[in-house]
Ligand binder design. Structure first.
Ligand SMILES: Cc1cc2nc3c(=O)[nH]c(=O)nc-3n(C[C@H](O)[C@H](O)[C@H](O)COP(=O)(O)O)c2cc1C
Length: 344
């Protein structure tokens, strides 16, 4: 008999997945607490060094015996467009000068990072592996499967979902256009913007593996709707980001909790890849220049000095305030309270 997603992940309720959120917002204690509350916590490990990733996995394992996930970004080919790089540096330098930052924008990326992170995932035999921005080679899929690791891919369209099913994924995170953070899109250079309920509806009709609804879900109403449409679970990011236990900076949290509905937009300004966040001065001013900026991960590296400075000084105008369309309806709950809400 085929097991449901809930049974496969040994969860006590309809699956609530705490969305992976790279950027250091959810320490191991946070992830373990979600698992202990009956959800599936995820380590958003996209930017972690292999050493930190291993440490975090071991820490989560120490704190909970329940299943948890590790999420990585699939590397995208890097095009070194010198004109765009120079243009972006010029734009950024003006902000550096205004804010009194002496360091210059720095271009860097590690082509081997993903391979090293992936190796840690295999060695540590994590229970669940999820990924965004692409797909895995047949060899990597096989390596995960031979360790019994449950695999979740991210799709933003029906085509991507069908593709991931064919690749052998065990479940699909259906990322609607409402979702906070980077778009997980990967097929044909397109960035489809399908609303979450339409995407879930289409995917449930056409794929035979579990579908997780992601984007704008912040309460029981959203979970019930996902369930009604035939989703096998939900993946919730922004509502967890504002939890009392999250490590998001107080300024970031305040912005998420006090911004009105409709204040998030899609931007490429911070990273060179489409992502949704609360609109701020940097996003507004760079909006007309989007096509002059280098692609991810180059722009992401160039804005790092500025973002780090902004974080230290609490300047939300220069922080990537990734968040979904739930902004305007968020509450600062504890993980326990949020899990109670999402599972009632
Ligand atoms: C701050 C932030 C960081 C994110 N980082 C990742 C990530 O590292 N990997 C990933 O697959 N998705 C990431 N996402 C997207 C989530 O997986 C998910 O699609 C999204 O949070 C769902 O929408 P919601 O935020 O409205 O709940 C991130 C989202 C946010 C808000």
């Amino acid at each position: 008999m085929k097991l449901s997603l809930q049974e496969r992940l040994k969860l006590p309720f309809f699956p609530v997945i705490q969305a992976p959120m790279a950027g250091g917002f959810t320490p191991p204690s946070f992830i373990a607490a979600v698992c202990e509350e009956g959800g599936l916590g995820s380590i958003g490990a996209g930017y972690l060094s292999p050493e930190s990733l291993r440490e975090q996995i071991r820490e989560v394992k120490k704190l909970t015996s329940k299943a948890f996930a590790v999420n990585l970004f699939i590397p995208t080919p890097v095009t070194l467009d010198q004109t765009k790089i120079e243009e972006s540096k010029k734009i950024l330098l003006k902000y550096h000068q205004e804010l009194g930052i002496s360091a210059e924008p720095k271009l860097f990326w590690d082509e081997q990072l993903f391979e090293k992170q992936f190796q840690v995932v295999l060695e540590e035999k994590v229970p669940v592996f999820s990924f965004a921005f692409g797909f895995l080679s047949a060899e990597k899929m096989q390596a995960l499967k031979s360790q019994g690791i449950f695999i979740i891919g991210t799709a933003t369209s029906l085509e991507e979902g069908l593709f991931l099913e064919q690749q052998g994924c065990d479940a699909i995170a259906a990322q609607g256009s409402e979702a906070g953070g980077h778009r997980g899109s990967f097929l044909d250079g397109k960035f489809p913007l399908v609303r979450v309920w339409d995407l879930v509806d289409e995917l449930v009709d056409h794929v035979h593996i579990p579908v997780l609804a992601a984007g704008g879900i912040i309460n029981a109403e959203g979970v019930h709707k996902a369930r009604q449409l035939g989703a096998s679970g939900v993946q919730v990011g922004t509502a967890f980001l504002v939890c009392k236990e999250s490590s998001a900076s107080p300024e970031f949290k305040k912005k998420l909790l006090t911004s009105p509905e409709g204040s998030t937009v899609l931007t490429k300004s911070f990273s060179g890849r489409w992502a949704r966040g609360v609109e701020n001065r940097f996003m507004k001013e760079l909006e007309p220049l989007q096509e002059h900026l280098p692609d991810y991960p180059l722009q992401n590296s160039l804005t790092q000095v500025l973002r780090k400075h902004a974080l230290e000084k609490g300047q939300t105008d220069f922080l990537s305030l990734w968040a979904g369309e739930g902004v305007g309806h968020l509450q600062e709950l504890s993980i326990h309270e949020l899990m109670q809400e999402l599972t009632k």
